[in-house]
Every structure is written in C-alpha cells, then in structure tokens.
Design a protein around this ligand. Structure first.
Ligand code: ARG
Length: 568
C-alpha cells in the first residue's frame, strides 16, 4: 500500500529544501483531527531559510495546496496542517485490504534474512507451569510478527534437558520412585520426587553429593543414567506437546541444552586458547569484574559444564548453522545477568555478531495468592489453566444462551484465546497478576471482546448475503468518508505500520492494543450507523468497510496466535 506519510514527505521535501528522510522525520500526527491528519512544523527550517517559521509555513502551504492528495491545506502559526482527501484515502486503504486478504498488513522489510526466535524452553521433568506461558506466547507472537515483515524465522525450543538437576531427579527416582507411578503421570510424579529430594537433602547432605556424581556419570555417557534421562525426556516431551497442541504452537527444532553436550569441549578449548579462562577454587571461570559482573562459571571443579557454557556453545553453533541476522531469546528478566554475562564472553572471544543476539525479557506472572516455586511444589500447571479457561468460557457462553450447537469448539477458541490475549496485552516487561475475571471479561479490552466483535462483523455480512469479494475499483465510497466510518478506516490504514512497529520493538502488546482500537472503532461505527440501508451504493460501501474491519481483526489475531470465530 502507498505510504501516505512518505508521499507527503516527498511533496514537502522538494518545496522546503530538505531530503525526503529529513521531511519524513518532521511530519507529525496532530493530537486533534481539527488540525489535520498530518502536520509539518517549520521551526527547524527558520535558521537555514532565514525566515520566521509562520512565513515558511504559509509558503509551503501555498505550494502544496493543489496536490490531489489533499482535501485542504492550512497554515496555522508555524504549522502546515494537511487534511488528506478522504475519498482518496478510503479507496487506497480498502482496495489494499480487499486485494491482499489474509496477507493484509504483511510486508517484506526483512528481505528474507534469517532470524532465530528461541522461546518456551521449559525444563524437562519439571512442570510446564503458568510462568512458562509468557515465554511461549510472547515468543510465538514475535515469531509471527517477524515472519509477517518478511524474515525467514527459525523457531527453537531450547529445552532445559541437561544439568545438575537431572542428577537430583535420577537420585530421587532411585531412592523413592517407581516406574509405574512415573508412567501414569510423568511430570507431576517427577516433580514430587524433586520436591522430596530438596526436603531430604536439607538433613542429609550426602544426597547432594550423590546427585552430583550421578550427573557426572550422565555427562560422561554412562548407560544406566542416560537411559533413565532419555526416558524422563520423552515422557516430558509428550506432555509439553499436548500443551503446544492446545495453543497451536509448533517449533522447527527441539535442540535443547543436551544437544550441545558434545560441542562444549571445543568451546572450553577455544576459551583457553584465547586466554580467557582462569582457575578459581578448582573451577574454570571467565573474569568479568572489569564490567562489574560476577564471573562466568564455565566448568565446575569436577569438570561438569554449566548452563552458561551451553548457551555459549549454542550461540556459536547457531551462527555456523543458520548464519542468523538476529538471534532472539525470549527469556524472563530474572535471567538478565546471565545473558549480559555470556554476551560479554562472546564479545571477548572476538565474535562481533554478539551484537545480533538479543535478550527479549519479560516480567513475572504471579497468582493472586502468591508467587510460584518449583522447589516447594507451589505451581500451577499451564495445562490446567488452559482447561479451566475453556470450562469457564463454556459456562459463560451457556449463560448467555448463544450458539448452542458448537459450544465445545467455541469455548476452546475463546477460552484459550483469552489467556493468550491477556498475556499479550501488557507490555512484556511489566509484572502482572493472573486474574480470571480480567481474562474472561467479554466487555473489557480482552480476547473475548475482540473475537466477539469479529463474529458480529461476520454475522452482518452473512445477514446481508455477502459471500464473494467486492469490486472496490467500481464502487462509490462517499458514504463512508465521514464520521465513525472514516475513523474506522484510519485505524485499518495503520495496521501494516503497527505490525512493523511491534516487530521492531519486540512488543506484541503494540499490536494487541491496536486490535482493540480497531474493534472499538468498528463497534462505534456499528452503533452509530445503520448498515443495511435501502440505498444499494451506501449499503455496499458499508458492507465493504465491515468486511475490511473483520479482515483486519482476523489478521491481527492470527499474528497473536489466535483464531477468529465467525459465530459466538
Ligand atoms: N530452561 C530455562 C528455564 O526454564 C530457560 C532457557 C532460556 N534460554 C536460554 N538460552 N538460556 O528457566
């Protein structure tokens, strides 16, 4: 679609003696629509042109006034206020939506460059709890946003399937576990062993020693340890995949921490060669005190590798394998220091591309009755949350007495969508408290509200008998060039820009907010205007707009990983 801001910049640039880029940077969107759709302030030109800003504004206004893009151009003090020709703008926007359909909003600013998005990354044999929902849902939205702006995205689930905790888990299993119990309910059972391990180890430190030795044997490929570990891993994956299925999420790779176990010796060797390793109480570290950071612990005194070592190995492997333009890590802000540390180590190793590794962090999610702790077993399983969302939605839908034929399917789409939407509504860095009333409120700025708006638009179109596409080029659109219809068009026009902005900022909430704006603008139009009027020309223009609003909401929800039901 034509970018109107750029068009204006082009027009003004030649008249004001600026480059198109300079002009573009100066163009503003006035706070009130009475001051135009776009405004150009002339203060900065005063020095160069040696003229008072109001005179410059008058000059520019006179020169651009006749351009067909504008309905009206005014100069008010130092500002040139521009009113876009509404017919032109309406046609431009709605033609684009009609032509591009499900692709409306997408662009190719990424030019096919490869971006890795690493997200979700739960720990095996541990619950996939509500805390993981953030990385999973935010990461999935970031993947979709980058895909939509033209990057080739590789989705990686960096499973926490390695490390000393498996020494603990295996030790606990050997002492108190039963195979049958694990098979029945793998993760909940393994979690209970883990909790027990920590309780017992408080009084019996020899358990910790045993766990360390067990992990050492695992890392050195001892058959028995490897067998149990592989079994834990596959049972856990089955559970995770069930949750991903509910959320409609897939990955290109499940190469987790264990995948790098045989790639670590080379990394440790390289660190040694580059003179970065130091010994400290038997352990190998990289000293980062110069940058006011705790040292990066590379190997323990018994030689076993650590979380950070695996991250360094993974980054080097990914650069070699995918030659990424960016590698995006969607991981909680509790791990800020961890990422700063190993990004610094990469830099010290001389890898310039450390700058292309980005930690996209996010705040904590807590429950109304306190935070969560795996060690104490105080967790809420994500799967239970999703199931409960579906059940609660079914209750609400039944109460409202709508759409009785397909309650089950609708409740899934709406209930799970509600959890996703809530997750992506807050800017990611904020901590938030999970609250059922907020999540499932059909009237607030929620998933159900937006989906309901989509279904409303669908039903308007259905009642009008619209099924095929519109011949926009031959339609008279004057009936929708004012009032709340026009306000809705402005929101729709902004959609592609919002997607680029959300991707740039790694911030899905930018898009979430805009979808709410589109839905609210549509509902205002729906209440203000009678759509199915006698006059065919007017009716068709309004139906075209309804269909464009529906398409925009649908495309927006798809980028968040949500479905848009036609009936609700
Ligand atoms: N498995 C870790 C956890 O659950 C998250 C992994 C984050 N990714 C990374 N490359 N370190 O806390």
């Amino acid at each position: 679609m034509k970018d109107i801001r750029k068009e204006i910049a082009g027009i003004i640039a030649s008249q004001a003696g600026l480059s198109e880029e300079e002009a573009l940077a100066l163009i503003e969107i006035p706070p009130e629509s009475s001051k135009g759709d776009y405004a150009f302030p002339c203060f900065k030109l005063a020095k160069v042109l040696r003229k008072a800003p109001p005179l410059i504004a008058a000059d520019i206004a006179a020169k651009i006034r006749d351009n067909a893009l504008f309905e009206k151009v005014e100069n008010v003090n130092a500002y040139v206020n521009m009113f876009i020709d509404k017919q032109f703008f309406t046609r431009l926007t709605l033609e684009d939506v009609a032509e591009r359909g499900d692709d409306f909003g997408k662009s190719d600013v990424g030019g096919g460059k490869t971006v890795i998005v690493e997200y979700s990354s739960p720990n095996i044999a541990k619950p996939f709890h509500i805390g993981h929902i953030r990385s999973t849902v935010i990461g999935n939205a970031i993947y979709k946003l980058y895909d939509a702006v033209g990057y080739k995205v590789v989705r990686i689930n960096h499973l926490g399937d390695y490390g000393t905790q498996f020494g603990k888990m295996i030790t606990a299993y050997r002492h108190w576990g039963s195979e049958e119990e694990v098979r029945k309910e793998p993760i909940k059972t393994l979690l209970s062993y883990y909790v027990r391990f920590h309780k017992e180890a408080e009084n019996d430190p020899s358990l910790d020693q045993e766990a360390r030795e067990t992990f050492y044997r695992l890392e050195h490929g001892e058959e028995e340890e490897v067998r149990i570990w592989e079994w834990f891993r596959s049972e856990s994956l089955k559970e995770f995949e069930r949750v991903y299925g509910m959320l409609g999420i897939t990955f290109d790779s499940y190469n987790g921490e264990s995948f790098y176990s045989d790639k670590m010796p080379a990394v440790i060797e390289e660190l040694k060669e580059k003179g970065l390793l130091q010994e400290s109480q038997g352990a190998q570290i990289v000293d980062l005190s110069q940058w006011n950071m705790a040292p990066a612990l590379i190997t323990k005194s018994d030689g076993s590798s650590l979380y950070i070592t695996r991250d360094i190995a993974a980054a080097i492997y990914r650069k070699k394998t995918y030659d990424f333009y960016k590698c995006i890590y969607v991981v909680a802000s509790q791990q800020n220091l961890h990422f700063q540390q190993w990004f610094k180590v990469l830099e010290l190793m001389g890898y310039d591309w450390y700058k292309d590794c980005v930690h996209i962090n996010f705040g904590l999610v807590s429950l109304e009755d306190g935070t969560m702790s795996t060690r104490e077993g105080r967790v809420v399983f994500l799967e239970d949350v999703l199931n409960r969302a579906v059940e609660k939605t079914a209750e609400i839908v039944r109460e409202k007495g709508v759409n009785t034929e397909n309650i089950e399917e609708t409740s899934k789409i709406v209930g799970i969508g509600a959890v996703i939407f809530q997750e992506l509504s807050n800017s990611r860095i904020k901590d938030y408290v999970f609250n059922w009333d907020n999540v499932l409120n059909f009237d607030g700025e929620t998933g159900p509200y937006v989906q309901y708006t989509h279904a409303r638009a669908a039903s308007v179109l259905k009642n009008a008998g619209v099924s095929g596409s519109f011949d926009v080029k031959n339609m008279d659109l004057s009936a929708i060039c004012s009032g709340s219809a026009y306000e809705l068009i402005k929101e729709i026009y902004r959609f592609p820009e919002v997607i680029r902005d959300a991707a740039d900022k790694y911030e899905p909430s930018v898009l979430t907010r805009h979808i709410v704006d589109v839905a609210q603008a549509f509902n205002k139009f729906y209440h203000d205007e009678h759509i199915l009027v006698e006059d065919e020309t007017e009716k068709n223009a309004k139906l075209l707009l309804t269909s464009a609003a529906k398409q925009t909401i649908k495309n927006g929800l798809a980028l968040l990983g949500m479905q848009a039901p036609d009936k609700m």
